[in-house]
Design a protein. Structure first.
Length: 228
């Protein structure tokens, strides 16, 4: 199947998942995960109507952003080192992977040079997996309070990368937990903090994620095929 057909199929599945739980499909945005894929495939996806793309690696993103001709929106979704933030400055509209105060401070410093804020999501490590980034669910609230003090960051919600499991239903409790953490933070009414966005769900489980409240689903393989 072509990239266009893949995107259309995913949008149909998004709409069906929303219908099952009484959500408006307009509440859910598809992030096409384009890591390891050439600029030509991103242009092809853009020609099919896809506008939002997520990249995982700073250097690959920097090279690709120069090569893509289509007018697209970029999100950075991978683990981020503080010394690489400067290469994203002004080029991405959202960073999904904020997981520590030192990184927040560097993002704030870089966007201060532009005198405009950037949207960020707090990455929460729901599975307590040592191999994955993310703040713990219990530590998240304190980090939210500190991030809220930084003038060039707009905290818009949470992101999670749960354990990969064959059965999407086994992942559902992790998505539900992220939504519950977001509700706890929302209830604190911290000035400048919104929990409007939940970035969760990938090619194998995005429909379950939508049923549990995802607003951003990160889909790569189901659009572009396997890595290569």
């Amino acid at each position: 199947m072509s990239i266009r057909e893949n995107i259309e199929g995913i949008q149909t599945r998004i709409a069906a998942a929303c219908a099952r739980v009484g959500r408006d499909p307009a509440e859910v945005r598809l992030v096409a995960v384009s890591k390891t894929k050439p600029a030509a495939l991103i242009d092809e996806a853009a020609a099919a109507g896809q506008r939002l793309f997520g990249e995982n690696y700073v250097q690959e993103f920097a090279d690709k952003a120069e090569a893509v001709r289509a007018p697209v929106e970029w999100h950075f979704i991978g683990a981020l080192q503080s010394n690489k933030v400067k290469y994203l400055r002004g080029k991405v509209t959202m960073i999904h992977s904020l997981d520590r105060l030192s990184l927040a401070e560097e993002i704030n410093r870089q966007w201060a040079k532009l005198d405009r804020p950037v949207d960020v999501l707090l990455e929460v490590n729901l599975g307590d997996e040592s191999s994955k980034a993310g703040t713990g669910a219990e530590e998240a609230i304190e980090l939210v309070r500190r991030v809220a003090e930084l003038p060039f960051l707009r905290l818009r919600g949470l992101m999670a990368l749960p354990p990969w499991l064959d059965d999407p239903e086994e992942v559902r409790p992790y998505f539900r937990r992220l939504r519950e953490v977001a509700r706890r933070i929302e209830a604190l009414n911290i000035p400048g903090v919104s929990m409007a966005e939940l970035s969760m769900g990938m090619s194998n489980d995005f429909e379950v994620a939508i049923e549990e409240g995802a607003t951003l689903v990160r889909v790569g393989t189901a659009i572009f095929g396997g890595r290569g």
